[in-house]
Structure formats: C-alpha cells, structure tokens
Design a protein around this ligand. Structure first.
Ligand SMILES: Nc1ncnc2c1ncn2[C@@H]1O[C@H](COP(=O)(O)OP(=O)(O)OP(=O)(O)O)[C@@H](O)[C@H]1O
Length: 364
C-alpha cells in the first residue's frame, strides 16, 4: 500500500529564534499554517523546501527528501531536487514574456513522461484561457497571482507551498481569487501547505490546520475540531469562532431566508443570490456572536435560537472574559462572554442553555 501523508520533523535556529516541530500531515487537501507574526510559519515552509538548514525528517507521500540528525548532511536533498512549488506573496512573472510563455517556461523543463498536470488543465483551473496573450504589466494583481500559481503547478510538483499568496491583494482581488484556490484544494492530487494570518481565509480554504506559537505547534488537526477548542490561541481574537458544514434545505421566499441544516440543528440565513436548495455550505459562527440564556427568550429579535448543552468553561482567558464551549447535538460552538455573565447565569458543564446566535456567515 502506498505511504501517504507528510512527515515533517525539524529543529532549526534562525538568529535567536528556534523552530521545533514534529508534524504528520494529510497527503492531500489544504493544510493551513496559522499563527501570529513571527511564530515561524515561513521558517517551517523554508525547512520543508530545503531553503533553511535544519536537522530533521521530511517525507512526502512516501518520498524521502530529508532524513538527517546533523551528522550526515548527504541525506538532505537540496532545494532543486525537492519536487515542490513555492508561491509567495508577490511572485514575479517574467515581464517580457506573455502569460502563455510564462506558463510554458516551467512546463517545458519537465520531461513529458514526468508531467502530471497538463497545460490545459492548469489554464482551466486558474481561469486563464482569455489572458494567454496578455503581458504581465497588463494584468491585475489577482490575475498575476493566478498566473504565478498555474506556472508553479506546471512544474508538476508533489507539494505546493503557498506563503500568504493573497496578502498583497486588495479585498476585491482576494474575493476573485478564492474560488480558484478552492478548486485547487478540491481537484489537486498533491497536498497544499498554505500560510495565512487571516481566520476568514483559513475558515474558507483549509481542511486541516496547524497553529504555531513561538516556533512550536500548539494545536493541529481537522479545521472544525481545532477551531472549536477553548484553548486555541486565537480564542480572544475578533474573528475567533467555529466552522461547520450545513446543507440548505428550504427557501422561505416570503422572508428571503434559507434554512441551513447541520448535525444538531438548523440556522436561518439571508437568501443571498447564487444560493440554491440542496447546496452544501461551510458556515462560520463567531464566538462573539453567541450569547446564552438559561430559558428560551421569545420576545427578542434574534432569529437563530438553539438549544445546546455546556461542554466546557474556560474561565478568565483574559481579565473579565471567559469562553464557553457548547454542543448542539454533536456540533461544537464557542461563546465568548463576560466572566460576570458566566458567574451570574451559573454556566457550568452539563447545563442545558439556549444559544442566541446573532450572525451566521457562509464562507464557502
Ligand atoms: N534571517 C533572519 N535572521 C534572524 N532572525 C530571523 C531571520 N528570519 C526570521 N527570523 C526570525 O524568526 C522568527 C520566525 O520568522 P518567520 O518569518 O518564520 O515567522 P512568520 O510566522 O512567517 O511571520 P510573518 O507572519 O510575520 O511572516 C521571527 O522571530 C523572525 O524575527
């Protein structure tokens, strides 16, 4: 049976910073590396790529790229012998070559029998068919980045590393490029490691998540499970919250709402254009948007009120602030409350409550 997955175990020192990680990651899909500035995300990608000297092990779906413990450097392949592609914040295209010739540049250098992604396939995935004859200077930032990603794929990598590929783009370009990244996540047979600062981006794109802090892994696992932990390091940030999968089951035409069913309940969402009954959606519910009540309140404006059971209370995660983990059926939610509210309402594990959900966003 083929060995699947990425094994990445590294110790490295950059100035006074130390990265020390031991990861076993999925061999396909998109894994997001997430964490505050300076936590070591780029350093980890550089170790994987062989751009940063490190001791450790790197295996990608059964192919060993590095296995050394300092003594024998001969078991570490240099960067040009690691079949990977690296997309940066601002990957530069050749300014004097058309889009097509930029794409052909890497493609031609791969022997035909080793090509795993065809030219037409990459063009289709990144939506480039209408711009093949254009020059890079006439492309928007988002279009340039799509060309850069296609060019990277045409080198037939076995691993795609992306370091904040959207962070140099404005909001409109980000919105335009996200569906292409989703298509890659769903269609590419190779794993993608994706560095991001943005919870929204991670919520939308990631299947799996690694949270780093000061060069160490503080949480790692499937996206939904990690986002629902009370001890994850982003619990206090404005966009902390859970991600869940739901299906649009009913369209209420009178009130312009869709009913979204998930394991453990349903939400009513505003019926934005492009949504259809039967569609699967990924939802994000922020911890700051859930308040709790001991009894069902009917004389209030919040439409999404669900019964749940308190699973865990993380008290005083910051002065005056607590995070409560709840279960609606089997689906976890987080609610960020003042510690005084937790005390006054006597919120404790096992207690049934009503979750009042102010806002639910579709992220996929
Ligand atoms: N060439 C260098 N010399 C000294 N220290 C460095 C060097 N490169 C990185 N560092 C330090 O290593 C640490 C990790 O940097 P790294 O770029 O991996 O973080 P990051 O999580 O990718 O940050 P960001 O999100 O801001 O890009 C930081 O503290 C940084 O200051």
């Amino acid at each position: 049976m083929p060995i699947t997955g990425i094994q990445a175990r590294f110790t490295c020192h950059v100035g006074t910073f130390t990265l020390d990680v031991d990861l076993n990651l999925p061999g396909s899909g998109l894994t997001a590396l997430f964490g505050h500035s300076g936590c070591g995300k780029t350093t980890l990608l550089r170790c994987m790529a062989g751009l940063q000297a490190s001791q450790g092990v790197m295996r990608v779906n059964g192919d060993e790229w590095q296995n050394e413990n300092g003594a024998d450097a001969s078991t570490s392949r240099p960067v040009h012998q690691r079949p990977l592609a690296y997309v940066f914040q601002e990957t530069s295209l050749f300014p004097h070559l058309s889009v097509k010739r930029n794409l052909m540049y890497g493609y031609r250098r791969i022997p035909q029998q080793e090509r795993r992604i065809s030219f037409d396939q990459a063009v289709e995935w990144l939506g480039l068919s209408q711009m093949l004859d254009r020059m890079p200077e006439n492309l928007s930032g988002g279009e340039r980045q799509r060309v850069a990603i296609a060019r990277a794929l045409l080198t037939s990598p076995r691993l795609l590393l992306m370091d904040e590929p959207l962070s140099a783009l404005d909001q409109t370009s980000k919105r335009e490029i996200l569906p292409y990244l989703e298509a890659l996540r769903d269609n590419l047979a190779i794993p993608i490691l994706y560095v991001s600062h943005s919870t929204a981006e991670v919520a939308r794109l990631a299947d799996h998540i690694v949270m780093l802090d000061s060069g160490k892994v503080v949480a790692e696992g499937p996206l939904q499970a990690i986002m629902a932990r009370t001890d994850q390091p982003f619990g206090l940030e404005e966009d902390a919250g859970v991600i869940l999968d739901a299906t649009l089951s009913e369209h209420d035409h009178q009130w312009h709402l869709f009913r979204a069913d998930f394991a453990g309940g349903h939400f009513w969402l505003r019926a934005d254009s492009g949504l259809t009954t039967g569609q699967d959606v990924r939802l994000q519910v922020l911890a700051r948007d859930i308040s709790l009540a001991r009894s069902q309140q009917t004389d209030q404006s919040i439409q999404n009120v669900l019964p749940a059971v308190v699973d865990e209370v993380a008290s005083e995660v910051a002065p005056g602030t607590s995070i409560v983990r709840l279960l609606a059926g089997s689906t976890p939610f987080l609610s960020r409350l003042t510690s005084r509210a937790v005390h006054t309402l006597e919120i404790a594990p096992g207690q049934p409550v009503w979750m009042q959900v102010k806002s639910v966003a579709i992220v996929d």
